[in-house]
Design a protein around this ligand. Structure first.
Ligand code: 5AD
Ligand code: SF4
Length: 440
């Protein structure tokens, strides 16, 4: 039996897709290996969101080239968003690559691999209007056995002017909710205690069955929480223009839905948001934040920020900093704008913020957010939380690590817990990234 190794870059959707790929290959009699040196097939599931994400993959392909020199029988496949974006160019420019397979063509992998064995290089980047891999049970080959992603939809319809995702992942499709519930059920049978429902924009989940009955995201969320009271439910990512009070009300109604929302704002300036085609203003966003605070008190809020987008002035940048101060996010991912070929912005808007200004603005945002994240942790000192234990801490076998409902990482000494247990802890202090607790 042939062994495959798979490396994953990018977002949660890609992690989930790699689990679908592992399932398809296992059904075709391949065995998964964690050691690249043992592999007959090396797959890289790639991300195109920023140029540096692609650069990393080109670097990895160079390393695989060395391996292939030693063992010429190895097949190297590029999967995912970069495969979709670069298509045949990948075969042309990266001689080590045998297969280029886009996110909607994974069912063909066994066949394409067979052909590749006879020396036929192949590109399949067909984007589907229907594929959701609904019937496939993902193989969680890199899991902690406690927490799993469940993909509820694919693609994206939003057309933010900077973003490559709609071009590489195709139109938005929602997965049949019955198969979602079935997958959660299987996870519970296998001992899982937490699922995260994932999609590029979960708020626009909208599944229509054969009789035309529509299920919205708030309905799916309620159904999941009600059907499985014994596990925690999370979800990601929300879109500020679509986050409805209905979803927040379901969150507040069910104790097992975790109190944490990731709501990417990108910028605090309405001008910039308009140029980004985000579909909301600063005031609209603040109204959604107020709705979260009103309906789900104690809910943690995290975000994505992008600095240096086309046309961003110093005034716009200051508005982003002031928004961070007003909202006090618990956590943020922070990026510099990276122009992506093929997007609306790359065709119609100049990438006109000089690199050194982008770097400075990114540092401003990181520095401020570091202070705010620290404050958010300090407020937790003395509070009591239920923690779902995920494993040992990196430092010691006498400490375990887990998360509270607000998705904050908490480390605490214990001898009596194992992964999957719930522990009641009190926060006693914090470091820059972690809360430290003691058992109650
Ligand atoms: N450049 C930089 N960051 C980007 N993101 C999306 N597209 C780009 C780009 N072209 C960021 C956004 C998004 C996150 C997943 O990645 O902040 O929310
Ligand atoms: Fe990267 Fe976007 Fe593709 Fe996820 S969907 S892997 S973030 S380009």
């Amino acid at each position: 039996m042939k062994k495959f190794y798979i490396e994953t870059y990018g977002c949660q959707m890609n992690v989930s897709d790699s689990e679908v790929v592992a399932s398809i290959l296992k059904n075709a009699e391949f065995i998964h290996t964690e050691k690249v040196e043992d592999a007959d097939v090396i797959l890289v599931n790639t991300c195109s969101i920023r140029e540096n994400a692609e650069q990393r993959v080109h670097g990895r392909l160079n390393i695989f080239k060395q391996l292939k020199k030693k063992s010429p029988h190895i097949i190297v496949g590029v999967l995912g968003c970069m495969a979709e974006r670069l298509k045949e160019d990948l075969l042309e420019n990266e001689k080590v690559v045998d297969l280029v397979v886009g996110p909607d063509s994974y069912r063909l992998l066994p066949e394409l691999l067979e052909n590749a064995n006879t020396g036929q290089k192949a590109v399949n980047v067909y984007l589907s209007q229907e594929e959701t891999y609904a019937d496939i049970s993902p193989v969680r080959y890199d899991s902690n056995g406690v927490s799993a992603f469940v993909s509820i939809m694919r693609g994206c319809q939003n057309m933010c002017s900077y973003c490559i995702v709609p071009y590489v992942r195709g139109v938005e499709r929602s997965r049949n909710y019955e198969t979602i519930i079935k997958e959660i059920n299987e996870l519970i049978t296998n001992g899982y205690k937490e699922v995260t429902l994932i999609g590029q924009n979960v708020d626009s989940y909208n599944y229509s069955n054969e009789f035309g009955k529509i299920t919205s995201f708030s309905e799916l969320l309620e159904l999941s929480a009600k059907s499985f009271p014994q596990i925690r439910i999370r979800f990601s990512t929300n879109h500020p223009k679509d986050l409805s009070d209905d979803v927040l009300e379901v969150m507040s109604k069910y104790q097992n839905i975790c109190k944490s929302i990731h709501l990417p704002v990108q910028s605090g300036s309405t001008n910039t948001l308009t140029r980004m085609n985000r579909g909301y203003s600063r005031d609209w966003y603040l109204d959604r934040i107020n709705a979260i605070k009103r309906i789900v008190p104690g809910c943690a809020i995290s975000t994505d920020i992008m600095v240096g987008f086309s046309g961003e002035t110093e005034e716009d940048h200051k508005e982003t900093l002031s928004l961070l101060e007003v909202i006090c996010y618990d956590f943020a991912f922070m990026f510099k704008y990276s122009e992506r070929p093929g997007t609306y912005a790359s065709k119609n808007m100049k990438d006109d913020v000089p690199e050194e200004i982008k770097v400075r603005r990114l540092n401003d945002v990181i520095e401020l957010q570091r202070k705010l994240s620290k404050e958010s942790k300090q407020i937790d000192i003395g509070k009591k939380y239920e923690v779902l234990v995920e494993g040992f801490s990196k430092k010691s076998k006498d400490e375990m690590v887990g998360r509270n409902s607000q998705n904050k990482v908490i480390v605490f000494p214990t001898k009596q817990h194992k992964p999957g247990d719930l522990a009641l802890i009190e926060v006693v202090r914090c470091t820059s990234g972690t809360l430290i607790g003691k058992l109650i």
